[in-house]
Write a protein of this length. Structure first.
Length: 95
């Protein structure tokens, strides 16, 4: 795997890595991708998809209407807001 992708992923994750770490991660990612290719080659025709690997019954609670906190009370705690929304820092950088 090209180490440039490792540096790009590190940048997006906002972590810094050394050239040596990038080389190790690149090798590890390459091996992981090879395993995925191997898994893709397995014939799964006729195999029913699983919702869960466990055969347990889900115990769901009854959906009850209950009093809640008013939106204005919650929004009054926000350090920054726009109308009825919380204002947060952007999650994706613009170029």
């Amino acid at each position: 795997m090209d180490e440039r992708w490792i540096f790009k992923a590190a940048h997006l994750a906002k972590i810094s890595i050394s050239e040596q770490e990038a080389e190790v991660f690149s090798s590890q990612m390459g091996r992981a991708l090879e395993y995925f290719k191997e898994i893709q080659s397995i014939d799964t025709s006729g195999v029913e998809p699983l919702f869960s690997p466990f055969e347990e019954q889900m115990n769901l609670r009854e959906d009850l209407v209950a009093p809640s906190i008013e939106a204005e009370e919650i929004l009054s705690q926000a350090p920054d807001r726009v109308g009825q929304l919380f204002r947060v820092p952007p999650a994706v950088e613009e170029k």
